[in-house]
Design a protein around this ligand. Sequence first.
Ligand code: GCV
Length: 717
Amino acid sequence: MALLRFVFLFILISFSASAQKDYKLWLQYHTVSNSAIASEYKNNSKGIAILGNSETIKIAEKELKTGFWDMLGNVPEIKSEVKGESDIIVGSRSNLNSEIKKELQSDFGKINNEGFIIKTISSKSKKQIIITGKNDVAVLYGVFNFLRILQTNKSVTNLNIVDSPRTNIRILNHWDNLDRTVERGYAGFSLWNWQKLPDFIDQRYVDYARANASVGINGTVLTNVNANALILTPQYLEKVEALANVFRPYGIKVYLTARFSAPIEIGKLKTADPKDSEVIDWWKNKAAEIYKRIPDFGGFLVKANSEGQPGPQNYGRDHVDGANMLADAVAPFGGVVMWRAFVYSEHDANDRAKQAYAEFQPYDGKFKENVIVQVKNGAIDFQPREPFHPLFGAMPKTPLMMEFQITQEYLGFSTHLVFLPKLFQEVLESDTYQKGKGSTVAKVVDGTLYQNKLTGIAGVANIGNDLNWTGHPFAQANWYGFGRLAWNPYLDSEIIADEWLRSTFSNDGNFIKPIKNIMMKSREAVVNYMTPLGLHHIMDTGHHYGPGPWVSNLSRPEWNPTYYHKADEKGIGFDRSKSGTNATAQYAPEIEKLFDNLETCPEKDLLWFHHVSWDYKLKNGQTLWNSLALKYQEGVNQVREMQDVWSKAEKYVDSERFKEVKMLLEIQHKEAKWWRDACLLYFQQFSGKELPAEVERPTQTLEYFKSLKFPFAPGNG
Ligand code: GCV
């Protein structure tokens, strides 16, 4: 009996230990194996001086203590003033002594309000590391960065890091509904327990804020863009206030989605016309009410006149009227309005890819100063690959912010291992040519191309109440990577993968090298087995899970996959060149020319811009049909390689995460084959050609694939 109890206890402890690992994200703080670092702090500690006593500074102190304890096995003495010698001094500029301030004067000149300095300075006989910034949140960012240096086994001697975020708003967009379902959410239910708020503060709210602060995310939109006006009622604002209080010391502002018809739905007005004086007053009062509770409230995010959401056009007004009215309401309090450009209409027969540009570009320069237009990375909808959205660079007088999707609506949900920073980097590096060569999307987003003051990057969150936050252990890397790129849109995704793997799993080079390699290839793999060569939006209806290239019966033409691939006996692809919808003309002339010509169009985007004959020869000398089939096969092979590499990682990873990833890769493999077989069988009806020998033969019929139904697939709003 005693033995049984012991075994049970042992199982329980080891289960919760590895469950905790999943929960701890990239803040594992493994024991440091770099002996130089270890000995520097282990034996010789002269303590850490922590200056200031704000809540934020207390968080920084706690983080350092946790980090030192977990990584080095000791907690250095914490001092509250600079007396005698200390190894590290942590505090904002105003708390530093004049000697150190003078030493760092020029560095302070280089950072913005959220930037930090981590610097080793030698004075007299001692060497000290100073972690500082212009305010306490900046100091907290510095502390997290310092701990990352330890976590990733980098040297801490002679540090000289002077770093600032390149964008102002680094924000998660939660598509969370008030009933706790999450639109396009694949990691459980919403973190926000509205029923128990404001009185019950779940520890997860704190841990969420901590994780975000560790990568520099400074904003969160709590609610779905398909908005519910109830969030703006006092009953809910009290709950929002409670969350804002938790997030504030971590430097995170709360934002809400504003349902445009809220004045009618909760304000009992007859209209929501943005030019109506009662409506204008209603929003002004609402803003004042919110700011009374939450003085640092960030502002509103709005999806208007898009996919059935109400908006100014319901009253014969336009997006500018709507955005500016809301902007006036929050302006006295320093708030902003993030107005989404994700619009397309069932009444517009024009190519859906052209509609957002056609509607928004003429508004350039017409928005108020505190409006920023939020644009998805591509012109359709978060596909595995899209050319950059033509609005980037095309609105010089309007701040534009990037909207990425971290949740994997069209990328295998939280079942597939897809390292998204690679996708994000591809978009950010794209050259728009709008102000000559080098006018990259990153420069539009960080405001340097047109000197915009208001800048931002949003990511549709992949977070839910699953034990490991994101469903797939590797999907944590997408949250992490989003934060790192929002801070610095020029960061290489390989560096992000490296940091994340080291902080999350292990610093062992034998683990890092192969696993980083599969992460880096994983995005191309999903493109290959879902939508190679520029195909897009051929997912099944509604839930977007699995292939559905045959779907053609939906009421709106542009919801049907057949609208996008246009496969017929002659070939496949959407002609967006001059001979087609002329969407290419929305780009700068250099890019227009490149995309417009079948010969120069990058092959990865070929079927996005051209309807191409099945016999057309690609650069590899193969016909389009063969190339398409080979790409699908390559995608499957790449997943096999991922499985193979992961199977050798067992000794570096705790058994729970090892098994989770192994099982998920098995599903990914199964689904990659499903995609390949279903799409090739379907397209083969048009090409009428045999599969090349290298492509494995489908084991099911097209009819079988068409018959698959998933009425309860998650995340379908
Ligand atoms: C929140 C796509 C998604 C919708 C989403 C919409 C948007 O259409 O499928 O779930 O709605 O984008 O970004 O507004």
